[in-house]
Design a protein around this ligand. Structure first.
Ligand code: ADP
Ligand code: MG
Length: 434
């Protein structure tokens, strides 16, 4: 065992993400059981004390690792743990996970095999989570008997001109961009906030300044957007998504294959992120006033955890993304109003550097690509006395092992994440026909 690891043979749980004061006050209440400390070298190392991670306060967690190393698994374990928190803490927390691959629904089904769990004194269990799919895709999921709980829509009036343009990959200087911007402004002035894509189409058609080619192009684009079944007059209420004690899985995977729909996932994350941010800022103020007046902390809106797999898609380093700016706000100032972010990526080299430099809990499964290892090198805290290269080289090659760096306790650990309790829907794409 390399010396800089905080491994010892203590039986007590190691609590990550908590300062000494919180540790004394709360112990390990409100934490997630992530895994166990690795105590020896080799492919089948001896495992020691439990490692638990604070969920009761917002953190920026970054989960890295090459493909198949266990990132989505770690996200799943964290969600399983959120659902199992002590009710007093659980009811103050809500979680929204953006599912780009369509795998998190497996959480709702207990796993079938027990052997792996037995070694950890765990048993298969399902996790209470709600799966939401875009309204236009609901019938497809229901036909396939996927465990879906409902549909979600984005509120048309919440898309700003810039977002429409980004969605259609248009620039301010394009005639279509100019028209879209004018159309959105005019409809907003005329109707207010309760309008749909049809209203935008009519406004584009009756525009008296644009040329007919531009008009037709814009109408076509709006019609395509309508066919997504995602953007409507009435949007899903964000407070319904961020409900206390509830885990909501937003499945945007159905837009994966269709050409020209890359921006859709982005707009979903951007609008959810933006709404949560705005709401949470308001609630935070309300909470503070209550605290001053009544000396108690209470608010309808809980702390929010947003979990994003394949996060480099939403927060790219050198490309533009509709969601980037709002996610950067989460990263930079989100913790103050109670917004926690858990990002997973196999390409740290491609993710915005702030997502790396601002993270306070870093969980990295094995990485082999030099540029990716170099990118997380920016983290290198003073209490880590070893190169990342060497650490990854020493990490067992099996899935689930991870290096954890916790800025709160200034400790580093080599861990093995615990097996999941729920069905692993990433293994087989046809798992839902069971
Ligand atoms: N700690 C673990 N114990 C057992 N199996 C694991 C563990 N971590 C990951 N796996 C398995 O490894 C496979 C790949 O993991 P996954 O999380 O999908 O990788 P990634 O998201 O990094 O590409 C999955 O089948 C997963 O269940
Ligand atoms: Mg994955």
């Amino acid at each position: 065992m390399p010396e800089q690891f905080s491994a010892d043979f203590s039986e007590e749980e190691a609590v990550l993400g908590r300062d000494l004061k919180d540790l004394e006050q709360y112990g390990s209440k409100g934490t997630a059981y992530l895994g166990k400390v690795v105590l020896s070298s080799g492919e089948k190392p001896v495992l020691g004390r439990k490692v638990v991670v604070d969920l009761a306060k917002p953190h920026l967690m970054l989960i890295c690792g090459k493909r198949g190393a266990g990132k989505s698994h770690s996200l799943t374990v964290l969600m399983e743990e959120m659902a199992r928190l002590d009710p007093s803490v659980k009811m103050r927390i809500s979680a929204i996970a953006i599912d780009t691959v369509g795998i998190f629904w497996g959480l709702k089904i207990p796993r079938k095999d027990t052997a792996e769990l037995e070694g950890w004194d765990l048993v298969p269990e399902k996790t209470d989570a709600r799966v939401y799919v875009p309204k236009g895709q609901l019938a497809f999921y229901q036909e396939k008997n996927m465990p879906v709980d409902g549909a979600f829509t984005l509120k048309c009036s919440e898309l700003e001109e810039t977002e429409w343009m980004a969605l259609f990959k248009l620039k301010w200087t394009d005639p279509e961009g100019v028209l879209i911007s004018r159309v959105v402004q005019r409809v907003r002035e005329k109707i207010g906030t309760y309008y749909g894509i049809d209203d935008l189409i009519s406004a584009a058609k009756s525009d008296d300044e644009a040329q007919s080619v531009a008009k037709q192009a814009v109408v076509n684009r709006f019609q395509v957007a309508k066919s997504w079944g995602l953007i409507e007059k009435e949007g899903t209420k964000i407070l319904d998504l961020a409900a206390p004690g509830i885990i909501t899985l937003i499945d945007v995977s159905s837009y994966r294959q269709t050409l020209g729909t890359e921006g859709i996932k982005d707009i979903v994350v951007a609008l959810i992120g933006k709404k949560l941010f705005e709401q949470r800022m308001l609630f935070r103020k309300e909470e503070e006033i209550k605290l001053i007046q009544e000396n108690r902390r209470s608010s309808k809106m809980p702390l929010v955890w947003l979990l994003i797999d394949e996060a480099h898609m939403f927060m790219p380093r050198d490309e533009s993304s509709i969601a980037l700016n709002i996610l950067l706000e989460w990263v930079r100032v989100g913790r103050q109003p109670g917004l926690g972010l858990i990002l997973a990526t196999q390409r740290p080299e491609r993710i915005h550097p702030d997502a790396i430099s601002q993270c306070d809990i870093f969980i990295s499964h094995r990485m082999t690509s030099q540029p990716d290892i170099a990118a997380v090198g920016a983290l290198r805290p003073s209490y880590l006395h070893m190169d990342f290269d060497k650490l990854f080289a020493e990490m067992p090659r099996q899935q689930g092992f991870a290096l954890v760096i916790d800025d709160n306790t200034e400790k580093t650990w080599m861990i093995k994440t615990r097996p999941r309790l729920s069905w692993d829907s990433s293994v087989t794409a046809t798992a839902f026909i069971i």
